[in-house]
Write a protein that binds this ligand. Structure first.
Ligand code: PGA
Length: 244
C-alpha cells in the first residue's frame, strides 16, 4: 500500500512568524497519510524547530555539494537542517529559471546521494496540451529518470504531475483525465516492473482545493497532492489533508 501525501508548497510566500505558526498548527492535524511542508528555504530551520507530525521539504536546491556557487543551497545543507524531501523541476523553475531536464535530473541524483527524497515535478503547458503533446512531454520529462535511476530509487522517488495550465489558475483536468494521465505516468515510469509500480507515489498538483481534493485523491493512481495556494492557510490545508 502506498502512503498518500499532502504536500504544502508555499513557494516565495510567508514570513518567519507565519511559518512557525503554520508548523505548530500542522503538528495538531491527524492524518492517515504523510504531510509535507515546503516553506521558503530561509525558514526551513524555523519550521524544523516546530516539526513533530510532518516532514520537511525544500522547494529547490543546487546539484553541486559545495563550492563557488554564489547564492545556491546544496542538498547536503538541506539534509543537515532536517529536510527529508526536496521538490525538483517545478514548472516555475523550468519556465522562469530555465532549468533543463538534464539539470533537474542532476539534482535528482544529488538529492539521492545525501539521503533526500526527490519530488520530481512534470507537466505540460496549455499549448502542449492543446496540441495533443501531453504524453510526449511527460515521457520526455521522465526519460532520464526511467533510464538511469536504480530500482530502489524508482520505488522511493515521488512524482508530481502538475499541468502548468492548472497551476494557480483554478482550472484542473477532468477527473477522468487526471486518472488516465496518472495511469500512463505510472506505466511509462515503471516499465512493467510491478514492484516499482506498486511503490512509486504519483501526486497531482494544480489548483487542488478543499472542494476538489476528495474526488482527485480517490483516483486509483493518485497518491495525494502537491498544493500551492490552498496550502497557505491551515484551515484550507487541513481540509485537504483530511481528504487523503
Ligand atoms: P496551486 O500550485 O495549488 O496554487 O495551483 C501548485 C503548485 O505549483 O505546486
Amino acid at each position: 500500500m502506498r502512503k498518500p501525501i499532502a504536500a504544502a508548497n508555499w513557494k516565495m510566500n510567508g514570513r518567519q512568524a507565519e511559518v512557525s505558526a503554520f508548523a505548530d498548527s500542522l503538528n495538531a492535524v491527524n492524518s492517515r497519510g504523510e504531510v509535507i511542508f515546503a516553506p521558503p528555504a530561509v525558514y526551513l530551520t524555523a519550521a524544523e524547530k516546530a516539526q513533530k507530525g510532518f516532514a520537511l521539504a525544500a522547494q529547490n536546491a543546487c546539484e553541486q555539494a559545495d563550492g563557488a556557487f554564489t547564492g545556491e543551497i546544496s542538498m547536503p545543507m538541506l539534509a543537515d537542517v532536517g529536510c527529508q524531501y526536496v521538490i525538483l523541476g517545478h514548472s516555475e523553475r523550468r519556465a522562469i529559471y530555465a532549468e533543463s531536464d538534464a539539470m533537474i535530473f542532476a539534482k535528482v541524483k544529488a538529492a539521492f546521494a545525501c539521503g533526500l527524497t526527490p519530488i520530481l515535478c512534470i507537466g505540460e503547458t496549455d499549448e502542449e496540451n492543446q496540441a495533443g503533446q501531453t504524453e510526449a512531454v511527460l515521457t520526455r520529462q521522465l526519460s532520464l529518470a526511467v533510464d538511469n535511476l536504480s530500482a530502489a530509487e524508482k520505488q522511493q522517488i515521488v512524482i508530481a504531475y502538475e499541468p502548468v495550465w492548472a497551476i494557480g489558475s483554478g482550472r484542473t483536468p477532468s477527473i477522468d483525465d487526471i486518472q488516465a494521465i496518472h495511469a500512463k505516468i505510472r506505466y511509462v515510469f515503471c516499465q512493467n516492473d510491478d514492484t516499482i509500480a506498486s511503490a512509486v507515489r504519483i501526486l497531482y498538483g494544480g489548483s487542488v482545493k478543499p472542494d476538489n481534493a476528495t474526488a482527485i485523491f480517490a483516483l486509483a493512481d493518485v497518491d495525494g497532492g502537491l498544493v500551492g495556494g490552498a496550502s497557505l492557510t491551515i484551515e484550507s490545508f487541513e481540509k485537504i489533508i483530511k481528504a487523503l
